[in-house]
Design a protein around this ligand. Structure first.
Ligand SMILES: Nc1ncnc2c1ncn2[C@@H]1O[C@H](COP(=O)(O)OP(=O)(O)OP(=O)(O)O)[C@@H](O)[C@H]1O
Ligand SMILES: [Mg+2]
Length: 379
């Protein structure tokens, strides 16, 4: 047996990879082809030796590496020689599992041999502890051997259970095999069935997401409901509330740095905003009233209505009177008057000295207290 012989034959066989199909073969050698797949074609060299000719060097390298890892076991064909595009190896004489199971039952003994095979895969360092049933052969003596092992190494996508083997066994034999695993090692059985269930759930989620995304057109139409700018009142209310929110957040941040209690700062800001809104409402009401007066000349009745409206607002304001909740602020209001702090002109320009006297400062200076988020802070 000379490597030159193998080379001579292999050089006369041209194998070309075709995407998602078995290789294309042009054979100028006298060797007879035994079979082919997507990576290569196998030719009988002698009674016991075959030559697998590959379509590319990487596949050849990979399969040779995987075979070399298992040469000390009796699971793999013996390797006799290797070239850049071929491997000369032992012919496996037996019947593959796919064929075998067409007429024979999957006995517990056979299942245990399969588990043993997976253990060997793990022990020799295969990344994929899995194999398709058509690549597993049962020899006349009853032992198993495997061919076509390239895909067991250099993988980045592996499965935590023998997915390919189980799927290839078919529904009935898969259940039989799993029942044998359960009897042998309940924990291993639970682990595998857990992964099978998780896989099924992932598949269902995926299908759901994919189906939903086909309703994009409908969703686009429905999305109109989220628009606010086409309703003047809704738009202006929401814009106002957005600006207020930003305003409050920025103030609370600034005051937190100085060590003030954010809840109280928020209350005072709320109060200020409420007051401003009251004033604006009042102005609006007055404008309205003036217009109505002009139009109807009914001064007395309009004046009364305006009075009612202002009274209603007063009642609303009292409902949310923050002074009741923080009586300790009373001194502050008394001594300086509410307006002095929150006059619209002075509000932004308040200097540090003024805040040093601010009675809401109850905590120690804590410059990095941004993380405090009381329920009010989330408003
Ligand atoms: N050592 C061997 N002994 C006997 N028959 C073999 C051997 N190696 C391969 N064969 C036969 O050649 C066929 C093709 O070989 P193999 O499955 O290794 O090709 P492949 O291109 O790597 O396949 P795949 O597309 O699944 O990767 C096999 O199905 C088998 O029938
Ligand atoms: Mg292969």
């Amino acid at each position: 047996m000379d490597i030159k012989d193998f080379e001579t034959f292999a050089n006369k066989i041209k194998v070309r990879n075709i995407e998602n199909e078995d290789v294309e073969v042009v054979n100028y050698s006298p060797l007879v082809m035994m079979g082919k797949g997507r990576q290569g074609a196998v030719f009988q060299y002698s009674d016991d030796i075959c030559i697998k000719v590959f379509g590319n060097e990487e596949d050849c390298e990979r399969e040779h590496y995987a075979l070399s890892l298992g040469q000390h076991t009796d699971l793999f064909p013996k390797v006799y020689a290797k070239g850049p595009l071929f491997i000369a190896m032992e012919i496996i004489k037996g019947v593959d599992l796919r064929e075998y199971l067409q007429s024979q039952p999957l006995t517990e003994e056979l299942s245990l041999k399969l588990i043993d095979l997976l253990i060997t895969f793990k022990e020799i360092g295969y990344e994929r502890i899995d194999h398709h049933k058509r690549q597993i052969f049962i020899l006349p003596e009853g032992n198993l051997k495997v061919i076509d092992v390239a895909r067991t190494v250099w993988r980045d996508r592996v499965y935590p259970y023998p997915r390919k083997l189980l799927t290839s066994l078919g529904k009935e034999n898969k259940e039989t095999f799993l029942s044998h695993v359960q009897a042998l090692h309940p924990e291993l059985y639970s682990e595998w069935t857990h992964f099978i269930e998780m896989e099924e759930q992932a598949r269902q989620i995926c299908q759901k997401i994919m189906n939903e995304s086909t309703d994009k057109g409908k969703l686009k139409d429905k999305s109109k409901k989220l628009l606010t700018t086409n309703d003047e009142t809704v738009y202006s209310n929401q814009l106002e509330s957005l600006v207020h929110k930003v305003f409050k957040e920025e103030w609370v941040k600034a005051m937190l740095v100085k060590g003030y209690d954010p809840d109280k700062v928020m209350d005072i800001i709320d109060e200020h905003i409420e007051k401003k809104m009251m004033q604006e409402n009042k102005i609006l009401q007055e404008k309205k009233m003036m217009q109505e007066k002009k139009m109807t000349q009914d001064k007395a009745s309009k004046g009364n209505r305006e009075q009612d409206s202002v009274q209603t607002k007063e009642v609303d304001k009292n409902k949310n009177n923050k002074k009741d909740r923080y009586p300790d602020k009373e001194d502050f209001y008394r001594s300086r008057g509410n307006d002095r702090i929150f006059q619209s002109g002075g509000f932004y320009g308040v200097r540090n000295e003024r805040y040093r006297e601010f009675p809401i400062k109850e905590k120690d200076d804590n410059g990095n207290n941004y993380g405090r988020k009381g329920k009010k802070y989330r408003r």
